[in-house]
Design a protein around this ligand. Structure first.
Ligand code: KIV
Ligand code: ZN
Length: 514
């Protein structure tokens, strides 16, 4: 009988703390549903005290997402815990409060300005309070990697006695090496007298590129929950990547004999969804989910794989959700087929949403013969602000050539009124951006522009990600189209629609025809 490793996904909390990765409510809901379909055990849905938006997201996920436990993060403080308890309450017996306080000397002295005794007392009070609100409490000793072992044992014993049933040991700054970290976990489990009353968990950051290796060392030494994120998103260099941890357990079951509850065939769709929503591209050579992860380039490798896949493949692309039969739907496909294909990709569409997505699908199917999974996910990404799109692209014409100055003319619908502008630029995309930006305010500072060919062939859909900054707010927009200038304009407009108070500029540039 194999052992069980619990997968705690923190894409929506620590992942969202990656610079530029903030998601709106609709986007968080889509990620949460896809995590549930993937089979994660716990979704850390956010940090409810952080903002009203965070609270609402956690509350809605706790109300609408079935399956996984739903956790809300809280500092060891009464206000935080009350707010987290209220946010996760709709999850009923699946509700968890995850409360934390720092335990390393540097954090206690310089940040908290508290003595170790005060920290233990605060942690115990917090766990008791949380336990009065929800059925399950997780306690994290922030910066445990740099905490003194004796103190760590003391606080862990105290919070278990106070009711914590999951003890998380974070390597907050990614400082540990695998043997040190594994030893810490083993030592805690052996030395803390009531350790058998809790599941030990780890939360590793990737500052030295060791997050997965350290998590694995912890599992080898008794940890049975791993906190991780899709694509390894997270603060600074990120967190341990979910797909790597899960596929290590599966591919090396000979060594670990530990199961996860993950449906591995949903890994790639979830990874793409998160990448598209956050605008954080996946490096091509990223393990499991990178575009090159299963591409064999050298002749020797290709020859070997053709003769026997196992010569160079330790897992199959299909087992992680890279589909072999990539052509799925075309313009004759109906709504039921579309809905069922999305369900296979981990996206449940209700009837209202299906109508909108089906219209987009038909528009694409008219332009493009074969519709692939990637196309379907890209169609979804324009979906974030249905019903709240202040700005819509009506028409775009761009011209460029070797001897002509690039020029673009756009027509936008802004809050129901038509507006037109033309502009010249350094290229057709630049010209289109200038024309669009001349019509709206606020229009943000462009921080990132990235193009991805998301399907193969010259009629491939191009996907563009645009990141804009307006004051202290950063937003991402995605657009996809077979025409890259149109995809870029859609991405810019998608981002503009996420800026607060978007409206038409009073004075418009001259229109010269689209
Ligand atoms: O990195 C960290 O220590 C955290 C805790 C809140 C678990 O994210
Ligand atoms: Zn963290």
């Amino acid at each position: 009988m194999s052992d069980r490793l619990y997968i705690f996904d923190t894409t929506l909390r620590d992942g969202e703390q990656s610079p530029g990765c903030s998601m709106n409510l609709d986007e968080k809901m889509r990620v949460a549903h896809s995590l549930a379909a993937l089979g994660v055990d716990i979704i850390e849905a956010g940090f409810p005290i952080a903002s009203p938006g965070d609270f609402e997201a956690v509350h809605r996920i706790a109300s609408e997402v079935n399956g996984p436990k739903i956790a809300g993060l809280a500092r060891a403080a009464k206000g935080d815990i009350d707010r987290a308890g209220e946010a996760v309450k709709p999850a009923g017996d699946r509700a968890r409060i995850h409360t934390f306080i720092a335990t390393s000397p540097i954090h206690m002295e310089a940040k908290l300005r508290m003595t170790p005794d005060q920290v233990v007392e605060r942690a115990v009070t917090a766990v008791k309070q949380a336990r009065s609100l929800v059925p399950e409490v997780e306690f994290s000793a922030e910066d445990a990697g740099r905490s003194e072992m004796d103190f760590l044992c003391r606080i862990v014993e105290s919070v278990i006695a106070a009711g914590a049933r999951v003890i998380n040991i974070p390597d907050t700054v990614g400082y540990m090496t695998p043997d040190e970290f594994g030893w810490r976990i083993r030592n805690l489990i052996e030395r803390v007298p009531n350790s058998d009353q809790a599941v030990f968990s780890v939360h590793c950051h990737n500052d030295l590129g060791l997050a997965v290796a350290n998590s694995l060392a912890a599992v080898e030494n008794g940890a049975r929950q791993v906190e991780c994120t899709i694509n390894g998103l997270g603060e600074r260099a990120g967190n341990a990547s979910l797909e790597e941890i899960v596929m290590i357990m599966k591919t090396r079951s000979d060594r670990y004999d530990i199961e996860t509850g993950i449906d591995t065939t949903k890994i790639v769709p979830s990874s793409k969804l998160v990448s598209q929503i956050t605008g954080m591209p996946i490096q091509p050579n990223k393990a499991i989910v990178g575009a090159n992860a299963f591409a064999h380039e050298s002749g020797i490798h290709q020859d070997g794989v053709l003769k026997h896949k196992k010569t160079y493949e330790i897992m199959t692309p299909e087992s992680v959700g890279w589909s072999t039969n990539r052509m799925v739907l075309g313009k004759h496909s109906g709504r039921a087929a579309l809905k069922s294909r999305y369900a296979e990709l981990g996206v449940e569409l209700d009837d209202e949403r299906l109508v909108v997505i089906f219209d987009r699908f038909k528009v694409l199917a008219d332009k493009k013969k074969d519709i692939f999974d990637e196309d379907l996910m890209a169609i979804l990404s324009g979906d974030s602000d249905i019903g709240a799109e202040h700005v819509k692209l009506i028409a775009l014409h761009a011209a460029s050539g070797t001897n002509d100055a690039p020029v673009a003319a756009v027509e936008l619908d802004i809050d129901g009124a038509r507006h037109k502008a033309t502009a010249e630029g350094d290229g057709p995309v630049d010209a289109a951006f200038k024309a669009i930006k001349s019509l709206v305010e606020p229009n943000g500072k462009l921080l990132l522009y990235a193009v991805n060919a998301i399907t193969a062939g010259t009629d491939a859909q191009g996907e563009v990600t645009v990141r804009l900054q307006d004051g202290d707010r950063t937003v991402n927009g995605q657009g996809s189209d077979t025409d890259i200038v149109v995809a870029s304009a859609k991405a810019l407009i998608d981002a503009l629609n996420k800026l607060p108070n978007m409206h038409a500029k009073v004075v418009h540039a001259q229109y010269s025809g689209v």
